[in-house]
Design a protein around this ligand. Sequence first.
Ligand SMILES: NC(=O)c1ccc[n+]([C@@H]2O[C@H](COP(=O)([O-])OP(=O)(O)OC[C@H]3O[C@@H](n4cnc5c(N)ncnc54)[C@H](OP(=O)(O)O)[C@@H]3O)[C@@H](O)[C@H]2O)c1
Length: 300
Amino acid sequence: MTARILVTGGAGQLATALVRARGDAVVRVGRPAFDFDQPETIAAVVAQVRPALVINAAAWTAVDAAEAEPEAAARANHSGPGLLAVACRKAGAGLIHVSTDYVFDGLKGAPYTEVDPTSPTGVYGATKLAGEQAVLAAHPGAVILRTSWVYATAGKNFVLTMLNAARRAPRLRVVADQIGCPTNADDLAAAALAVADRMLAGGAAYGGIYHAAGYGQTSWHGLATAIFEEAGQWGWNQPPVDPIATADWPTPARRPPDSRLDCGKLADVFGVRLPQWRRSLAEAVAAICRDADLPRKAAG
Ligand SMILES: NC(=O)c1ccc[n+]([C@@H]2O[C@H](COP(=O)([O-])OP(=O)(O)OC[C@H]3O[C@@H](n4cnc5c(N)ncnc54)[C@H](OP(=O)(O)O)[C@@H]3O)[C@@H](O)[C@H]2O)c1
């Protein structure tokens, strides 16, 4: 079997969006065939598929659970991607590896560029940072795309969590003192594929780190409010959303208070800029509301 682009990450948000965007032109693999917990599967899949380029969308993404299971998180986010980079390098395949805004502590007070110092606040961010380093050490031509606050019309994400919560609760409380850049998985997939196409066209060395997130910024509270404004247009429940402080919503993992990403390098080098987050959110919420068979209003 031959293919230009191999996508890891099974039924994850980004992997699914990549397949939606390119269909049969990509080969998607997931567990158990490709499993960072079974390291022998990594090189075996690369050898079998013989891709020209791999987009690694597989990761341990459960930020809080990573605190209790650092070894498993490290296998998926650090050592596994490192082995994948070795396999790609040996096979002469390009590699796009996806990372996170949580490599930063969120204390800069301005959008982060790729040269800003990293300082993760939890296990998830630390393992993703170690993964970036392992990938670039093994395969200097690899491109790291750091993204943030990813959502899609299916999967585990904040948008669906909010819409589901609104069916049960008459009023919600959402953290207002963490800001970032919400990113629609379809926009991230389009950006990754544009980068992939450029890498496959050759002619230049692109290896290194790039930030790739939705344009603009908001808080989790701002995002929740926007979700319900959009859903309201489809006749869905619009519960009041009370702004609260991070301290009022304790979680196992500490999160960066301001992890906005400056995506200027991606625009400069690849001519790629992700759309304004609010516009992409409207499209996603519309798709969810159109297709859902959920009751539109909370009972009672
Ligand atoms: N989601 C976000 O808010 C966010 C924010 C910043 C950066 N990112 C990064 O963006 C990328 C894509 O994230 P996403 O939102 O698409 O994540 P996702 O929906 O959670 O999907 C991740 C996929 O990785 C797979 N996976 C987990 N552990 C694995 C392992 N040990 N071996 C092989 N596959 C494994 C999962 O497979 P199963 O289905 O078998 O569990 C899942 O399909 C990741 O690199 C993530 O770190 C995400």
